[in-house]
Every structure is written in structure tokens, then in C-alpha cells.
Design a protein around this ligand. Structure first.
Ligand code: ACO
Length: 329
């Protein structure tokens, strides 16, 4: 079948109101500085969920806005795919809580676990459901309450992440708008470089786990950085090749927002000038699978993505997983 088969009919985002700046770490007794964080990552501040805000509540806010923009009612939704590394409960999925809150009574709802790459994995799954005729309208959400799974005594990780959600309504393609190419890849031999070692079924939560803090995110930052740069370069090439385009044909690159240095390396490799790269990691930090849909929603709102724009998405995350996609709007 010839692409495009599916297109993005509307987007939305759900961000907690609470802002935490780099200076706020001092009050937690974390030995770090604003300058260190900015120099290494480009992050100035991040949003932190408070007062009952959850992975579900942020997802619902993002999904409602996306459905509104796409003029889709809850009863029209056939599937809800929620990408998250920070589900509210381990059983059942957070997606079913989102379904209940939206009142999407006809929808099949499930979580997808591919860390930061999850939203692009989800879009690709949605395209498959639409193409097979299993669905007409799919909501794909990335929602993360990273603050709940971080070790707030570990300065090498807690300064890098934030909370938030982004969503898109995906429908069968009309005319020439939609997903032109997509690329997905994983390498599980590298899983231990970015993981939550314990607290799952293999080593359930125990006093020992809580004492050792091994249920929180652990990251070998320097190694992750190296693989992220290499994998995002490969992913950019593969999506561009798949769409038979070059970097010069791209109106906007929306990369995973983990680190400005990784973003700059990806843009350089893909031959895309920095003016054509969307960056908001300075305001939100790394919201894992929510970074790309939040950025896309902001890019549409600010007019940087409009009808006719050709956009390249590139991401990398725990697993490792990496992915990319070219979409014509
Ligand atoms: N403040 C001050 N100093 C710190 C901090 C901090 N918050 N954190 C670590 N340091 C110290 C370290 O202890 C180390 O000190 P030492 O040399 O005395 O041991 C020193 O800073 C340098 O540490 P490095 O790890 O070498 O610093 P690096 O330049 O590699 O930057 C960083 C660290 C920002 C984590 C970087 O490696 C990185 O961005 N890695 C990729 C992380 C990433 O993108 N992860 C997400 C991708 S996947 C996903 O999104 C889930």
C-alpha cells in the first residue's frame, strides 16, 4: 500500500502549572548549579506535577485538546494508545483510566512501553490499525510523570527530566497529507544503561529495594549520550531515505528533547540548519515520550508547522529504542 495512509488531524498538550527552575534544586540539598545544568543539557526549568496531577490527568488534558482540534467526540474514538514509562498503576494500564475519563466508551485502550520513543512507536501502531481497517480514529498520547520515578538524591538524573503530556488524533489519510515514512529500532542488549533495576516482577518491591533506591531511574549518562547521538543520526537518515527526501526538503525537525547537544548533533548530521529545529527542552526538560507531541503542538500553535509543512521527527530512549518519521501536514 502506498503512503500516506494516516494523518495527524489534531494535537494537544497537558502540562502541570508548577515550574521548577535549576535554582530550586538548592532547596532540596542537591549539589548542582544552574550553569552546570544549562551547559550540559540546555535545560533552564521543568514542570513538576503536584496536587493530584497524574500521568492520567495530564494525558486526558492533552487528548481532550487534540480531539477538540480534530472535531472528534469521545464516542468516535476507536483506540487509545498511551505511551508511558511512568504509569499511574502497574495494573491495569493507565490508558483505561484515560478512556474512562474521556468517556470514550467504544475505544480499545492500552499502554505502550518504548520509553522516549513510545509516541513515534504509537503513531506507527495507529497507522497499522487504520490501514488494517481495525480503527477509523485513534488517539496517540505520550504522558509522563517522570518526577515520580526519579531519585531526587541523584543529581546526575533528577536535574534532566520533567512532567507533561502531548497527544494527537490520527485518522486515515486524505489526499497527500500524512505519514510519509517511519523507522523503528531497538537494542535490548543495552537495556541496563538506562533502567529502573528493581520493583517489577523479577525483583518486586521490598524493604531492601526501597533502602537501596533501585526502583528509581538509573542512567549511565555518558554512554547514553554516545548511543543517542549515533542512533538519532541513523534514524534521521532512515526516515529521510524512506520518504525519498533530504534534509533540505524538511521545513522543521522536531527531535526528542533530552539535551541540546544531542539535538544539535542530529540536526548537523541531517544537514538541517538550527533555525529549522524546534527546541523547548530549555522550558520542560526531558518529558520522555511526551517531548515530541508537546513540541509538535507548540509548533502548530506558533505557526511553525502549517498545512504543507514537511516535518521530521527523531527520537531515542531506554531499551535502547530509537525511531523516526517524516510527516506532511
Ligand atoms: N550538577 C553538577 N555536577 C554534576 C551533576 C549535576 N547535576 N551531575 C553530575 N555531575 C558531575 C559528575 O559527578 C561528574 O563529576 P566527576 O567528574 O567528579 O565524577 C561530572 O559532573 C561530569 O559528569 P559526566 O557524566 O561526565 O557529564 P557529561 O558531560 O556526560 O553530562 C549528562 C552528563 C548531561 C547526563 C550527559 O551525559 C547526557 O546528556 N547524557 C545523555 C542523557 C540523556 O540524554 N538521557 C536521555 C536520553 S534517553 C531518554 O530520554 C530516556
Amino acid at each position: 500500500m502506498k503512503r500516506p495512509l494516516a494523518y495527524i488531524a489534531g494535537t494537544g498538550r497537558g502540562l502541570p502549572a508548577g515550574v521548577m527552575t535549576n535554582h530550586d534544586f538548592a532547596a532540596l540539598g542537591i549539589e548542582t548549579t544552574h550553569d552546570w545544568i544549562v551547559e550540559r543539557s540546555g535545560i533552564h526549568e521543568r514542570r513538576i506535577a503536584r496536587d493530584g496531577e497524574s500521568t492520567c490527568s495530564m494525558a486526558v488534558e492533552a487528548a481532550r485538546k487534540a480531539m477538540d482540534r480534530a472535531s472528534v467526540t469521545p464516542g468516535e474514538v476507536d483506540a487509545i494508545i498511551l505511551s508511558t514509562a511512568s504509569p499511574d498503576r502497574l495494573l491495569p494500564s493507565t490508558a483505561v483510566d484515560v478512556q474512562a475519563a474521556l468517556g470514550a466508551t467504544r475505544a480499545a485502550a492500552f499502554d505502550l512501553s518504548a520509553a522516549c520513543s513510545g509516541w513515534l512507536y504509537g503513531l506507527t501502531v495507529a497507522e497499522g490499525l487504520l490501514t488494517a481497517g481495525s480503527a477509523e480514529t485513534v488517539v496517540v498520547i505520550g504522558s509522563e510523570k517522570m518526577s515520580a520515578i526519579l531519585d531526587w538524591t541523584d543529581r546526575s538524573t533528577c536535574v534532566l527530566f520533567g512532567d507533561g503530556a502531548g497527544a494527537a488524533v490520527v485518522k486515515r489519510a486524505k489526499q497527500h497529507r500524512g505519514i510519509l515514512s517511519s523507522f523503528l529500532r531497538s537494542d535490548g542488549t543495552l537495556a541496563d544503561l538506562l533502567h529502573r533495576p528493581h520493583g517489577g516482577a523479577r525483583t518486586p518491591l521490598s524493604e531492601q529495594v526501597l533502602r537501596d533506591r533501585t526502583h528509581f531511574v538509573k542512567m549511565a549518562g555518558r554512554e547514553v549520550f554516545k548511543y543517542a547521538v549515533r542512533s538519532m543520526a541513523e534514524a534521521a537518515d532512515r526516515a529521510l531515505d524512506g520518504a525519498r527526501l533530504t534534509g533540505q526538503d524538511i521545513d522543521l525537525l522536531i527531535p526528542h528533547q533530552a539535551n541540546v547537544r544531542i539535538i544539535e548533533a542530529t540536526a548537523k548530521h541531517a544537514n538541517i540548519p538550527i533555525e529549522k529545529v524546534f527546541i523547548n527542552v530549555d522550558r520542560y526538560g526531558n518529558t520522555s515520550s511526551a517531548t515530541i507531541p508537546i513540541a509538535l503542538d507548540e509548533a502548530i500553535e506558533s505557526g511553525r508547522v502549517h498545512e504543507g509543512s514537511t516535518v521530521l521527527f527523531v527520537t531515542f530512549g531506554a531499551g535502547f529504542t530509537w525511531a523516526s518519521m517524516v510527516v506532511r501536514f
